[in-house]
Design a binder for this molecule. Structure first.
Ligand SMILES: *[C@@H]1O[C@H](CO)[C@@H](O)[C@H](O)[C@H]1NC(C)=O
Length: 317
């Protein structure tokens, strides 16, 4: 049986939380009927199916989690703005937890003098041994380039930073930033161009995030102690409030729930190419182009790291 994947998502997930943020429970009744619906659909369809959101509605897919009114959902759920002033930043978080997926978000970053501000868009599980896949955008003085900071945490350990400049002004228009996360690979994209791949090299002893479900989280906060030129340029609070905008969230993803497990089954990969996608030769060439022209920091080339012995995933470069 085929059912509309869209319909499932009209039901909010019954437990909704972010790390360190308040829990939000729907009534017991809703929770039960949602569970029953999902179980019924699973049984009817004979196989569990990848849940896909086709078009974004921020009311439907996200909760505002932080910022006391500084985060706003606008235009009937098509747009979110986050703002930052001296008292607080703000943030939002997906209602769903995902175990693998391809996540696209359009961002328009803080314009003008954005020095000291950090806009984030990342996947994260909860706790000290959490997994995390990060995009962070480090602001700058007017006319100076933003830095796109990427990192991958596995079981609480990170130190895998790569940083890039962009080939456009990320404050003028919306641009699409994507994270592909499947059992083979993690790929970061900017406007469809892959900029980084973190392969599953468990066979070489490198841990890979694949057992902890993650939520999509976005925040805007003050990182003046390290963000701009390593902390030399501080936030100019006379420019506050700072604002970043988000739109067109799109997830093709396996939704995870503690009662039902993953919405994906192993044989669903045929119609879900993202589940097995890795970088091909053309993608590799594009990554090389980006890394040659726009990468400004790579932990694999860090002299201090090299002296301590490079992590195994770096040795193949
Ligand atoms: C800000 O501009 C300076 C000068 O061009 C540059 O060195 C730095 O990488 C830029 N970005 C950040 C986030 O510091």
């Amino acid at each position: 049986m085929h059912f509309s994947l869209h319909q499932i998502l009209l039901f909010p997930s019954f437990v909704s939380f972010c790390s360190n943020y308040p829990l939000l429970y729907l009534s017991h009744f809703m929770a039960n009927s949602f569970t029953v619906l999902l179980v019924t659909l699973s049984l009817c369809s004979g196989e569990r199916t990848v849940v896909t959101t086709f078009s974004s509605n921020f009311y439907q897919d996200f909760d505002i989690t932080w910022g006391d009114g500084r985060a706003k959902i606008l235009n009937n759920g098509e747009l979110v703005t986050l703002s930052l002033d001296k008292a607080s930043g703000s943030g939002f978080c997906s209602k769903n937890e995902y175990l693998f997926g391809k996540f696209d978000m359009q961002l328009k970053l803080v314009p003008g003098n954005s020095a000291g501000t950090i806009t984030t868009y990342y996947l994260s599980s909860v706790g000290d041994t959490r997994d995390e896949i990060d995009f962070e955008f480090l602001g700058n003085l007017s006319g100076d380039p933003y830095i796109v900071h990427t990192n991958v945490y596995t079981q609480g350990k990170a130190n895998r930073e790569q940083q890039f400049y962009l080939w456009f002004d990320p404050t003028k228009d919306f641009h699409t930033y994507s994270i592909l996360w499947n059992p083979q690979s993690i790929i970061f994209y900017v406007d469809g161009t892959p900029i980084r791949e973190f392969k599953n090299l468990e066979s070489k002893g490198v841990p890979f995030p694949k057992n902890q479900a993650m939520r999509i989280i976005s925040t805007l906060w003050d990182g003046e102690n390290w963000a701009t030129r390593g902390g030399l340029v501080k936030t100019d609070w006379s420019q506050a409030p700072f604002t970043a905008s988000f739109s067109n969230y799109n997830a093709q993803a396996c939704v995870w729930s503690s009662s039902l497990g993953s919405s994906c089954s192993s044989n669903s990969s045929e119609n879900q190419p993202w589940l097995t996608q890795i970088i091909d030769a053309e993608g590799e060439a594009r990554i090389q182009w980006v890394q040659k022209n726009y990468m400004i920091y790579n932990y694999c080339n860090d002299i201090k790291r090299i002296q301590q012995g490079l992590p195994p995933e770096c040795l193949q470069y």
